[in-house]
Design a protein around this ligand. Structure first.
Ligand SMILES: *[C@@H]1O[C@H](CO)[C@@H](O)[C@H](O)[C@H]1NC(C)=O
Ligand SMILES: *[C@@H]1O[C@H](CO)[C@@H](O)[C@H](O)[C@H]1NC(C)=O
Ligand SMILES: *[C@@H]1O[C@H](CO)[C@@H](O)[C@H](O)[C@H]1NC(C)=O
Ligand SMILES: *[C@@H]1O[C@H](CO)[C@@H](O)[C@H](O)[C@H]1NC(C)=O
Ligand SMILES: *[C@@H]1O[C@H](CO)[C@@H](O)[C@H](O)[C@H]1NC(C)=O
Ligand SMILES: *[C@@H]1O[C@H](CO)[C@@H](O)[C@H](O)[C@H]1NC(C)=O
Ligand SMILES: *[C@@H]1O[C@H](CO)[C@@H](O)[C@H](O)[C@H]1NC(C)=O
Ligand SMILES: *[C@@H]1O[C@H](CO)[C@@H](O)[C@H](O)[C@H]1NC(C)=O
Length: 710
């Protein structure tokens, strides 16, 4: 018996280590031979990322260096004080029988300042400067280089770039430290021996004057010293510090420390500095480290240490997390591209969405919505981590414990009759939600923490986890129960009005009982109830009363409808079929509830597939559609949705934004990984077969460390 158990254990172990992960990962190493006008090759650690052009640096294109901690406030609007801004008040709207003061339609300049501040800073730029044989600077563009080849090794996080310029070869290696905001750069070229090559650093101005800054962030031409200042200090023969201060509300300052081969650092023009190697050696290596506090520049890890950190950090990530191999042994021609998307999405989410705060939709590549993040999007950005055994990334970035007290305060100010925590939407690192009609009236971010808690519990079913999430679960559910409004006429609890559903395109004053949100409310309140029971606490009776008596899901012509009272013609009305197709999420993304009629849900899903305006869909809509197909038993279709022509990932795996938003749009990557785990490992109540979301023929799907979805 024990012999049998032992051999079973050995078998399990052997099976668990059977995917040659390194081979699968490196098969998709991006290789470039030309500049991309749209996306960089990126290296980073979740809190800090360096975006590289074809040279491995930022010589020819001003790609960004961005972080989770680099933020600043612009100066206040003319003739305004901070008190004016903090006293901003919006408009009062009726919420049933109560007037609610929402944060929108207030005084324009104050409102705009609150929307665009704080905004995220582009920390700097690192590139190469060339000189002619006589030592005069040569102005170069990407057109002046030949034979460029560049590889991003996904398994080590190292970019190796080679090219020729001025008739000589140049090789550049770039990597990012896994626990510090430091990029390591090693340049090798005969041009160094001839003293024709130096490294430059530059510091841009950027502010909240535009909602999107893509593909590049900030202005390098701004030499206006009233706006920002740079100073050089603590210079030694191998290290130095540059201080960059923005003339902002609080004069925000960032520090850049350089450490490496012997160099002389001098100001070039504007906010640009030149590092000229002291010795005519064929190789020059420096680390450039960015921080909010002064560092000791000589203590900054040298390029070999940065590289070693990158190697071990990435090996650890690839070896210790969940893994899905759909390509080895598959004959379906779609498997190759799907695997490429999986690997590159895993890499890019680790670089961009695994830091200390939730990430903006364009991650650390460029700025969207001024660099702020959206709490409804935290689901797509982070739920996949829990399905792929990367719980730590949710622990570090989770906004829920951090924003709990401010979310309770928000509920009390906005809807004094409600208890609990009202989660905000477009947020800054302090949790303040920006003014705006959608920002105030969207509600589908509210149940998210309950799903996160539930997945945490499924991975670690301990009392400690129950306690850790207890207050978040409790306060979230309290608000949900109180937001549901008892309608005496109909004898049910209504959601809204006013509100916005997932598709942000319905009239808020008449949007009531949206199908998706009703189902999500039921699922969430049931989960919260079970959470309290697991803790041995009595859940408030109202939670189960509300869950049991929420309005029925609205229907029209035998199908589910977006909201109660919507015109029957909505399926052909451009006003309602051009935004997120959440109706297909009722049975797919979301599990069934006891109130869901699965045959209606299935027909509704198929109707969405044929009637929604797919040319208007973008990003996570396609993984959402894939999960709907998988759950209704059409796995072939599920795969097709993940490879839909309007759901594109470029050669570096960057998810294209499409017509609505700039590239990259990372909710598409997170949702893809959610759908892959769902299809590969299955879901509660799903078919008990391997990879139930993949077709039975043509696919060999292997998973390691992937968890079953709800
Ligand atoms: C921006 O200003 C607000 C209001 O004073 C403050 O709470 C916040 O911490 C500031 N953020 C930064 C990054 O300076
Ligand atoms: C600011 O106040 C000054 C002095 O009252 C006035 O001249 C100026 O027009 C005001 N500027 C704006 C933008 O309101
Ligand atoms: C919603 O109703 C409020 C009054 O409660 C009104 O001021 C506002 O204009 C209405 N909004 C829309 C979009 O109709
Ligand atoms: C580019 O590569 C080709 C083929 O390897 C070689 O013949 C040529 O000399 C290279 N050009 C430069 C400028 O290095
Ligand atoms: C520099 O920026 C300040 C603040 O925006 C502005 O008032 C000033 O006119 C600018 N100076 C120049 C020379 O552009
Ligand atoms: C910001 O720095 C400028 C220039 O050094 C100075 O004139 C100004 O008073 C400072 N403002 C604050 C808020 O510290
Ligand atoms: C009660 O529900 C009905 C049907 O949804 C709706 O028309 C009515 O406005 C609701 N009553 C109130 C006071 O909101
Ligand atoms: C469908 O979406 C496309 C792209 O956004 C748009 O141009 C077109 O007008 C939409 N069609 C309808 C019927 O809404």
């Amino acid at each position: 018996m024990s012999q049998l158990l032992l051999s079973l254990a050995i078998c399990t172990f052997a099976a668990a280590s059977s995917i040659d992960r390194r081979a699968v990962v490196t098969r998709y190493n991006p290789v470039r031979t030309n500049t991309s006008p749209d996306t960089p090759l990126q290296i980073g650690n979740g809190n800090f990322a360096f975006s590289a052009g074809i040279d491995g640096l930022q010589t020819f294109q001003p790609w960004s260096i961005m972080s989770t901690w680099g933020w600043k406030n612009d100066t206040l609007p003319p003739n305004r004080t901070l008190d004016d801004v903090l006293a901003y008040k919006g408009e009062s709207w009726w919420n049933h029988d109560k007037l609610v003061q929402y944060n929108f339609n207030g005084v324009g300049d104050l409102q705009q300042w609150l929307i665009s501040n704080p905004n995220r800073v582009n920390l700097g730029r690192v590139g190469l400067t060339f000189f002619d044989a006589k030592g005069a600077p040569v102005s170069v563009t990407a057109a002046d280089i030949q034979n460029a080849t560049q590889t991003l090794d996904l398994f080590t996080g190292i970019v190796s770039s080679t090219f020729s310029i001025l008739g000589q070869p140049v090789a550049v290696r770039t990597s990012v430290h896994q626990t510090a905001g430091a990029v390591g750069v090693t340049v090798t070229s005969p041009l160094l021996v001839r003293r024709q090559l130096a490294v430059f650093l530059d510091f841009p101005w950027n502010d909240g004057s535009s909602k999107f800054s893509a593909p590049f962030v900030g202005s390098f031409a701004s030499t206006n010293w009233t706006l920002h200042r740079t100073t050089l200090q603590r210079v030694t023969s191998i290290s130095a510090e540059i201080v960059h201060s923005f003339n902002s509300l609080a004069n925000t300052t960032f520090y850049t420390s350089v450490h490496g081969s012997a160099f002389k650092l001098s100001r070039a023009e504007g906010h640009q500095f030149l590092l000229r190697p002291t010795l005519p050696l064929p190789s020059f290596a420096v680390s450039v480290a960015f921080s909010l506090q002064p560092q000791s520049p000589p203590a900054v890890p040298l390029p070999p240490a940065v590289e070693a950190s990158s190697r071990s950090g990435w090996a650890n990530f690839w070896e210790k997390s969940g893994f899905v191999d759909v390509v080895t042994g598959s004959t379906d021609s779609r498997a190759e591209e799907l695997q490429r998307r999986i690997i590159l999405s895993r890499y890019l989410m680790r670089v961009n969405n695994a830091g200390d705060i939730p990430e903006q939709e364009s991650g650390l590549v460029n700025n969207g919505w001024y660099g702020k993040f959206h709490l409804e999007m935290f689901y797509w950005h982070s739920a996949h981590w829990l399905l792929w055994s990367n719980d730590d990334f949710v622990r570090s970035s989770s906004p829920y414990a951090r924003f709990l007290s401010s979310s309770i305060a928000r509920a009390q100010v906005q809807q004094p009759w409600t208890a609990g925590a009202r989660w905000g939407k477009m947020s800054d690192p302090s949790g303040r939600s920006a003014p705006g009609q959608i920002n105030e009236l969207l509600i589908w971010q509210q149940p998210h923490p309950l799903i996160f808690a539930e997945y945490m519990w499924r991975s670690t079913p301990t009392h400690a986890v129950l306690q850790e999430w207890r207050d978040v679960v409790f306060e979230t559910a309290q608000w949900m129960a109180d937001f549901a409004w008892w309608n005496e006429t109909t004898g049910v609890f209504d959601l809204g009005p006013p509100m916005y559903p997932v598709s942000e395109d319905t009239p808020p004053n008449s949007t009531i009982n949206t199908a998706f949100e009703l189902s999500y409310w039921r699922i969430g309140l049931d989960m919260a109830t079970r959470w309290m029971e697991r803790l041995g606490e009595t859940p408030p009776a109202k939670w189960s009363q509300v869950a049991a008596n929420l309005a029925p899901l609205p229907t029209s012509n035998g199908l589910y409808a977006v909201y109660e009272g919507i015109e029957d013609t909505f399926w052909t009305d451009p006003a309602f079929i051009n935004d997120h197709p959440a109706l297909a999420g009722l049975f797919g993304w979301l599990p069934a509830t006891p109130k869901l009629d699965i045959s209606i849900a299935t027909r509704t899903t198929e109707k969405v597939w044929t009637s929604w305006n797919l040319t208007s869909c973008w990003g996570w809509d396609f993984p959402l559609l894939a999960m709907s197909a998988a759950r209704i038993g059409q796995p072939d279709r599920a795969v097709d949705w993940l490879l839909h022509p309007l759901f594109q990932f470029d050669d570096a795996g960057m998810p294209l934004g499409g017509t609505r938003v700039p590239t990259p749009y990372f909710p598409g990557s997170g949702a893809l990984l959610t759908a892959i785990a769902f299809m590969a490992k299955g879901w509660d109540d799903g078919p008990q077969t391997n990879a139930p979301g993949f077709p039975a023929v043509g696919w060999n799907v292997r998973t390691e460390g992937i968890r079953m979805a709800l």
